[in-house]
Design a protein around this ligand. Sequence first.
Ligand code: NAG
Ligand code: NAG
Ligand code: NAG
Length: 481
Amino acid sequence: MVSSIQSLKGLLLVLNAVFPTAQASLTREPRELGRRDLMGTSNVFLGDRTGAPKNMASGILLGLPLNGSQIPDHFLSDVGFNNMRSGGSQLGEPRRGWTRGYEEFLGRYESLKSDYEVTRRHGGGFQIMIHDMWGIDSYGSPEEVPYPGDNGSYEDFDNFLDTFFELLIQDDMVENVRWDIWNEPDNGEFGNRGLDRYLEYYVHAHQKIVRDFPGGKTTGPSFGRLPNFAGDMINWFTEWASRVAENDAVPDQVSLHFLYGDGDLTTSINQFVGILSDAGINYNGTWNIQEYGNPDQQIPSTAVWNIAQLERHNAPGLRANWRGGLELHDLLANLLGKEGSGDQYDINDVDYWPAREYPVYVYYHQEMTGERVRTEMTEDTLADSFAVIDDSARRVRILAGSRPQTGTWNIQVNDLDTVGLAESGNIMVRTIKFNTAPGIYDRVADPEDLGTSTVAYQQNNVILEVRQTDPAEAWAFELEF
Ligand SMILES: *[C@@H]1O[C@H](CO)[C@@H](O)[C@H](O)[C@H]1NC(C)=O
Ligand SMILES: *[C@@H]1O[C@H](CO)[C@@H](O)[C@H](O)[C@H]1NC(C)=O
Ligand SMILES: *[C@@H]1O[C@H](CO)[C@@H](O)[C@H](O)[C@H]1NC(C)=O
């Protein structure tokens, strides 16, 4: 998302549209899902350790105010914030980007710079959205926006990047920078310029960044679609793959946007690997999940589900941000709320509180310590778990969450002997419930400790039942060994 034009604030955001004309061709409309009951089993394999936790899901798309001290820093450190994608998106005059003139580029640069400073204060990685620094959201229609390569010329675009590089070098903003070549070019077909122009642009931009920016690293293609939902737009994936293979322009990190109300990350990545492989690219790098979280699924249950999906693939993920205008630059992509939000949005209100998903991320960062272990989602993909073994605390901790559905599903914790437990017996399990709140801006109640119970088990595994009566709540289980 990010680039909806300002006059349509709030209307198109959920459609991830760049321009109104793109709306009809979008596949992002929330899909009509038949109400399915949660069922089945997510497996946790204590015998298969997968390395130290790194908070793969603690990234945020925008969500920081121009004043980098406005959100008290503890809100960021408490959730292990470590990744940002920025570019002055949707800021109005005098911050509309390069295509509105140098001063307006500097306006967006100021926002970018502040985001960079906050991010580096927290040791995070930083992705620069070229399309918004260029300023495609600052016009009423795609035809009005000058696009790189219009009239067969990249002169203005190269001038823009040269100017940008110079500023970043001068301000010591080179470390941990990755260039996001263009956001969701498939939505709106690259400003109606089409696939061929996009591919030409992509290679041009990649080559210039790698050549002219110190240690230049790129990420792309940042399509709005996932390959397994691309339908007749799949040629955007396949032709992009062939073109970058032919031109030695494979990005440092392949990016994708994981925003659908359905599907799973393993399927999407596997399909993308197949497309790359068909083009002769043996990609074994990081999957950069630049935006995750369907708009109506930014709730505790699906936050955990997304965390589990990202951790499985060691894929750094950034929370999608479905707000608009100035609010897009506040509230940490709805991890926080405040009185002055929504229709009452007040940039100067600094009385922040935890919103619905915040406590999940606090637990994720602060309690999911030790070593990660491999897990499997339920066969229907709707429920998932993320688990760690903390040998010093003698605890297995499991976060359990699902797509927003109700039903009863199981978590089967296997290989109990590998943490020194007998093959059968009783195990103490503490259950914690993550509450939700009615609205996206509302203050959420603290997690509830539901106490410890004894669960009998045999055959070296224990089964925990998750009874999901509220589709938005999430759970943590702590097993003593
Ligand atoms: C930035 O926000 C902090 C915290 O609210 C405030 O103390 C400070 O004055 C603000 N800075 C500016 C330049 O407004
Ligand atoms: C392309 O040409 C048109 C018509 O001459 C002009 O208005 C426009 O500014 C040019 N675009 C670029 C990016 O140079
Ligand atoms: C990825 O592939 C490249 C080229 O085939 C190889 O040099 C590199 O060691 C691989 N990296 C990992 C982490 O497997």
